[in-house]
Design a protein around this ligand. Structure first.
Ligand code: IPE
Ligand code: IPE
Ligand code: MG
Length: 255
């Protein structure tokens, strides 16, 4: 109990820097509906969504966000028609090829979370290149969740912990919340202070289940291709007014 509490406090210690979130995670949803409402193919919505990605990365950097996580492809998205999956993989390729140099120049570190073994080899290589090239950058960390699913991530952590115990390298009784967190794909990344989902849906869709224990949520009706830096600022303003208690008593009321 004590261990868990201290781990939580550590993970969220600098979370509320003047009401500014350290880590913002976004479930970028609504590309398909954006396209359909205009009589366009879904791919066009995804293409426009990439432009929003560029705008929001730049803006988050300007707002001093330390970590920006973008959910771009879930482990469940493989169940979409093959053509759409193909287009989404193509867009990731194009994004890394076209934008990596700009991100690097802007001092952004890129990290990708998600299962890589089942990705085409050229994409895995592009991801590795992006991470290696930007490893020394510290202006902002961009975490791209691609082929990511939180239950799969937790199952993988359990598998690797079990293997360490079986090999005699880890005492099962010593496993605490920090040990688990270190075995997740997000190891070393603070928990998200704020999770935004666009398009009006109000669910996590298997995103950061462990990490979201004390996240604030913002569900906005705007479809992702229409989401603007001003919308991001509005969510930040709303976040600033929230009272995060982490199970304790209100810091504001006590003041
Ligand atoms: C989000 O938009 C992008 C991905 C999930 C890859 P959607 O494609 O889910 O758009 P909607 O929800 O169908 O409108
Ligand atoms: C979640 O959106 C995944 C991404 C944004 C990449 P989905 O559109 O796949 O989620 P559901 O199916 O509506 O829950
Ligand atoms: Mg969707």
């Amino acid at each position: 109990m004590t261990v868990g509490t201290s781990a939580l406090i550590e993970q969220t210690a600098d979370a509320n820097r003047g009401g500014r979130p350290t880590h913002v995670a976004i479930i970028m949803d609504g590309n398909g509906r954006w396209a359909r409402s205009r009589g366009l193919p879904r791919t066009e919505g995804h293409r426009r969504g990439v432009q929003t990605v560029r705008d929001i990365i730049r803006h988050a950097g300007q707002r001093g966000i330390g970590y920006l996580t973008l959910f771009s492809f879930s482990s469940e998205n493989w169940s979409r028609p093959a053509e759409e999956v193909h287009d989404l993989l193509m867009l990731l390729r194009m994004f890394i090829r076209k934008d990596l140099a700009d991100l690097h120049r802007a001092g952004i570190r890129v990290r990708v979370i998600g299962e890589r073994r089942s990705l085409p080899a050229d994409i895995a290589a592009l991801i590795a290149e992006a991470e290696t090239m930007t490893a020394g950058n510290d202006r902002m960390t961009l975490v791209v969740a691609f082929n990511y699913g939180s239950r799969g991530e937790i199952a993988e952590a359990v598998r690797s912990l079990a293997a360490e115990v079986a090999a005699g390298r880890l005492d099962a009784g010593s496993i605490d919340e920090k040990t688990v967190a270190r075995h997740l794909m997000t190891a070393g990344i603070p928990d998200p202070d704020l999770i935004i989902r666009t398009s009006g849906e109000q669910r996590l869709s298997n995103f950061l289940l462990w990490q979201a224990a004390y996240s604030e949520f913002a569900f906005v009706p705007t479809l992702w291709p229409d989401f603007k830096p001003e919308d991001f600022d509005r969510v930040l303003d709303d976040f600033r007014a929230r009272d995060r208690r982490f199970g304790g008593l209100s810091a504001k009321a006590g003041a």
